[in-house]
Design a protein. Sequence first.
Length: 608
Amino acid sequence: MCGIVGYIGKEQAAPIILDGLSRLEYRGYDSAGMAVYDGKAIQTRKAAGRLKVLENLTKGGQTMPGCSGIGHTRWATHGAPSDTNAHPHVNNKGTIAVVHNGIIENYIPLRKKMIDKGCQFQSETDTEVLAHLLDYYYRGNPLEAIAKVLHRVEGSYALGILFAEFPNEIYAARKDSPLIVGQNDSGCFIASDVPAILKYTRTVYYMDNQEIAVLRPDGLRFFSVDQEELKKEPVAIDWDADAAEKAGYEHFMLKEMYEQPKTIADTISPRIRNNDIVIDELNMTDEELRAIRKIHIVACGSAYHAGVTGKYVLEDLARIPVEVDVASEFRYRNPILEEGAMVIVISQSGETADTLAALRESRERGFKVLGIVNVVGSSIAREADACLYTWAGPEIAVATTKAYSAQLAAMYLLAMKLARVRGTVDDARFAGLLADLKCIPDQIELLLGQKEKIQHFANRYLGARDIFFIGRGIDYAISLEGSLKLKEISYIHSEAYAAGELKHGTISLIEDGTLVVAISTQPELFQKTISNMVEVKARGAFVMAVTNEENKAIEKASDYVIYIPETEPCFANSLAIVPLQLFAYYIAVGRGCDVDKPRNLAKSVTVE
């Protein structure tokens, strides 16, 4: 969601902060601001719009001298995007500045309390109440004031704080929103995410809930919310710095699509040993795996779609009943978790607020939780009982591609492991699954080679108003993700439907020339999907089909066909989604959309 960067040390802070914020633009934002101590007072500059506006306002940071400062890119939750609502927020005397990622849930009564105390609020944000609370409790000891505030606020937060009376210190605190602290020879840093400071340091500390950090030019100290000093171990980041650059591609999204073969290989290869699946991270014995009676998969967005595919694959291979829930609904429906159930939560960032809440509720009820995440050291990775990392590396584009593909690969590995342990597939079937799994990266390479063909077709539909995706079984799961990719980056209205539901109302939306994308990769459902394609075609639809190479009969029921290589039907999503990603990408590019940063969206949704 929002981005936070802070620096204190020997260098000028503002240019470092601006550079760090530019590396967090992928998170989505609508305004930006900085606060820097100039040797006499805290100076703030804020601007609605892109970071470039703030850069121009401060001449790249040159008009804000000083060696300690904090910066922020905001994605509006309370109050419209504006200069006034942008962070940092300050107390009435301008002696305390705060940047905040998250939501203060009890800000309304706190705001009323501060107004009754004589505070004058300038913004509509929940964050400004923090600046006034800090001022109210400050008695010369910043750590004490911060601790008192944290005991009184409810919600989520990652905070960067400056006190004018302590110019050689920056304070940071977190609860449920990501925040890291880094250090190099010149000073110390805070950031919402690793890419912001990877250029400056590879030594970081992951802050845990309700911890406070004190940054000085010469070092770091960590404290609990009760002001007890903590010892924390640094983590060495081994990402390739070039992974956060476009490497010659027009957009990060296109680059990340082309990284999918490597991503999948990186996820599956270390877990295939001696022609078997070995997932050391599960921390479960074979007896414990055999004892699983039900699986609940909980996720949001594309991760949810990976979970829907996971349901089909797990039930088919391992013969375990699976429920899939949208995370924002899971905890509010009072879910029934039976004895012997395991919960799987899926999140690229490992910080998705609703998914994290589902994890915590499940663990509070005494159930084992497996996290499937990409970001090492993230909240879900740390709080889950076990974590299966996808190793996709940093994903910059808001619309996920390679992280989604890695999540699918993780689901395949898990399903095959459970099937093997539970004896639900024989040796011959397992060997075939393993062989097809290993082929997926090379097969995706072949599909990416069809980009010109797909681009040519996409150009025909730049003016489309509605596009529908249909499929059955796993093909329905593929349709869900294909539709989401199209709508989130091209802004064309798109919906996915289980093909068998067409006659229950959906078919009334088909008009002459409406594009219907039909996915048909499952052999036992092929003829039924053909019937659905004929139904929409008879009502004027233009049908684009995605199917396996051997299904030439589909050409009679469609107007345009994209063939994918033959594979185990359980793995079809990994191949069929690639042309749909390319299709969405080229439509969005053709319409002039901001592909990497779609409007109103953010990479990491860290608030409900």
